[in-house]
Design a protein around this ligand. Structure first.
Ligand SMILES: Cc1cc2nc3c(=O)[nH]c(=O)nc-3n(C[C@H](O)[C@H](O)[C@H](O)COP(=O)(O)OP(=O)(O)OC[C@H]3O[C@@H](n4cnc5c(N)ncnc54)[C@H](O)[C@@H]3O)c2cc1C
Length: 378
């Protein structure tokens, strides 16, 4: 393939796609990132958890295959192996975990049901917490997100991919139904393939090329609790599936989220006035061992969701040369390896290649009936 591929966005979607493409083709790949540094948005501000089990089997397939690689990264991706501290998924009853157990068996993710007592022995902070079921996944853990993101980009650069920061795409030239070039403040750049990996801006970048995808950014908050806490840094991450909160050890304290989500325009979201109260309420009810006064630093960032919660990876139906790698929701870190690998394969196979689970064309085919609520993960 001698054509020029322009990738818009240097978050996990764009960086992993560039990395995988550069394994196959040695030149003609350019990544354009509007910010001065990669990772300014979702990819650099998230919880960094590798949670393999999602409510969706296609997503779990992607996270599970990525986890296998992240435990022992290949020699051309010199990043730290993930920290395999495991995860505890809590539930009020077995009905919340049984679908996950089935998907785990189907996708080869080894899980174990623990009694409440066994879960408490692993994380004593759960004393007094309302759960009946606990699912243990030893191969889950935590990823150093900055190290991984920069490793994808560094490895791609070493294989001649150009990564240009502070270079936002402002326009897309389409003639006779085909992408021809992108416009940036520094000028025009011709391309045969335009990869839309613009995260929360993906719908906007699609519109610049004359296409639409139902992708909506949703704000979620994270908090750091560092005061008056006794935390064992080796604890797994803990997620209550029914009550909607999670935490994991971080910087001597805890990183927590109340799993809030609300539609929010692309950009850098502000912290909502009620975000602290929402988490404080959940902490008061569910984690009596944690003093809500210890909740200190907070920030928000955006998870971009499709209507069925699945990724959007594939060729655009309408505009030739436009390729989507977007809608990674709450799984963009966990699934990054598989996402980039799939995108690269489909790009190299050419416009007729499709992958049914994540195919963007499903939205034009779908009537309202096939849509599930977009819950997403982290
Ligand atoms: C609170 C929170 C916690 C999360 N925790 C986890 C977790 O524990 N595990 C997990 O797997 N996932 C997690 N996620 C999800 C994960 O962060 C995202 O799925 C992932 O980062 C999305 O990557 P992306 O590359 O699609 O988007 P982004 O990281 O947003 O990257 C898109 C890039 O495109 C650039 N861009 C946009 N428009 C243009 C343009 N016109 N020209 C040039 N560049 C442009 C942007 O500047 C941005 O850098 C979490 C998300 C949130 C919000």
């Amino acid at each position: 393939m001698s054509s020029k591929v322009v990738i818009v966005g240097a978050g996990f979607a764009g960086a992993s796609t560039a990395f995988h493409l550069s394994r196959e083709i040695s030149e003609g790949i350019v990544v354009l990132e509007k910010e001065a540094v990669p990772g300014r948005h979702a990819s650099g501000r998230n919880a960094g958890m590798m949670r393999q089990l999602a409510e969706d089997e296609a997503i779990t397939r992607s996270t599970a295959s990525s986890a296998r690689v992240m435990h022992e990264p290949p020699s051309d991706l010199p990043c730290r192996p993930m920290d395999s501290r495991g995860s505890l998924l809590l539930a009020s009853s077995s009905s919340s975990t049984s679908a996950l157990v089935e998907i785990a068996a189907q996708e080869g993710v080894s899980t174990e049901r623990l009694t409440a007592q066994e879960a408490l022995e692993r994380v004593p902070l759960l004393e007094g917490s309302p759960f009946q079921e606990a699912l243990w996944t030893q191969t889950d853990g935590v990823i150093d997100i900055h190290d991984l993101l920069l490793s994808y980009l560094r490895a791609a650069r070493e294989r001649s991919v150009q990564v240009a920061t502070a270079r936002g795409v402002m326009g897309v030239e389409v003639r006779a139904g085909r992408v021809r070039a992108v416009r940036t403040p520094e000028g025009r750049l011709e391309c045969d393939v335009l990869v839309n990996a613009a995260g929360a801006w993906a719908a906007e970048v699609g519109r610049l090329a004359g296409s639409e995808a139902p992708l909506v950014p949703h704000r979620r908050h994270l908090f750091l609790a560092t005061r008056t806490l006794t935390v064992d840094p080796a604890w797994p991450f803990v997620w209550h599936l029914d009550r909607g909160w999670y935490f994991r050890p971080e910087s001597g304290g805890l990183l927590l989220s109340a799993c809030d989500q609300e539609p929010y325009p692309p950009g850098e979201p502000e912290v909502a006035p009620g975000a602290h109260e929402l988490l404080a309420e959940k902490v008061e009810q569910d984690l009596p061992g944690l003093d809500e006064a210890s909740l200190q630093k907070s920030w928000a960032c955006l998870r971009t969701l499709s209507p069925d919660g699945r990724f959007v990876i594939g060729w655009d139906e309408k505009v030739e040369g436009l390729f989507w790698v977007a809608g990674l929701g709450g799984h963009g870190v966990s699934a990054s390896w598989a996402v980039g690998q799939l995108a690269s394969r489909l790009i190299l196979e050419g416009p007729r290649a499709s992958e049914s689970a994540f195919d963007p064309a499903r939205f034009s085919r779908a009537f309202c009936g096939d849509h599930r609520p977009a819950e997403g993960a982290p």
